[in-house]
Design a protein around this ligand. Structure first.
Ligand SMILES: CC(C)(COP(=O)(O)OP(=O)(O)OC[C@H]1O[C@@H](n2cnc3c(N)ncnc32)[C@H](O)[C@@H]1OP(=O)(O)O)[C@@H](O)C(=O)NCCC(=O)NCCS
Length: 145
């Protein structure tokens, strides 16, 4: 896709999308939670821009040699066009450059699209947390880096 850029995410990027965050991206992550994440020195967040529009973001927290994918979200109007795949490849590269040995994540059992994305990137399911998200089971996935 043309004019796609990946950049490190700043608080001003978050401010830029704050009005549309929950409606046009995803309502699971609100402004305050993401602001805390961006202020965490162990977290690394990136955005995907098309021209000057922020159309997706993703973040990891790194503790020693383990990276945890906190979120990966694409703007609703830009889904199904490969944007999360671009974000996830960049996240994997960043985790590798930071000497991480694995990338872990949790995903709601019903989130088929995200599970397809993780399977495409060769994550393996390694566990299940009962009633993790508001009563819904979460699947644990990991990828060796
Ligand atoms: C999950 C999400 C990030 C996918 O973003 P996207 O940019 O639309 O995904 P892509 O276009 O890069 O597709 C990646 C893969 O996801 C799967 N996928 C994408 N859209 C799909 C659909 N409508 N149905 C089934 N699988 C789908 C496919 O495996 C696809 O790979 P392929 O196109 O090579 O077959 C996006 O739906 C989203 O933001 N959802 C809300 C937030 C969320 O649930 N995040 C994950 C948990 S934190």
């Amino acid at each position: 896709m043309d004019n796609i850029k990946i950049e490190k995410m700043s608080i001003s990027d978050l401010d830029n999308i704050s009005n549309i965050l929950e409606r046009e991206f995803d309502d699971f992550w609100n402004y305050n939670i993401l602001k805390n994440e961006l202020e965490n020195p162990k977290a690394i967040y990136i955005i995907c821009k098309k021209d000057d529009e922020i159309i997706g973001f993703a973040g990891i927290t790194i503790i020693l040699e383990i990276a945890e994918l906190n979120n990966i979200v694409v703007k609703k109007s830009h889904r199904g066009k490969g944007i999360s795949s671009i974000l996830l490849s960049n996240i994997i590269e960043i985790a590798q450059k930071n000497n991480c040995e694995e990338l872990n994540l949790e995903v709601a059992k019903s989130n088929e699209i995200a599970i397809n994305l993780y399977t495409k990137f060769e994550f393996k399911q390694v566990g299940l947390r009962k009633k993790y998200y508001n009563g819904e089971d979460a699947l644990l996935f990991t990828k060796k880096l």
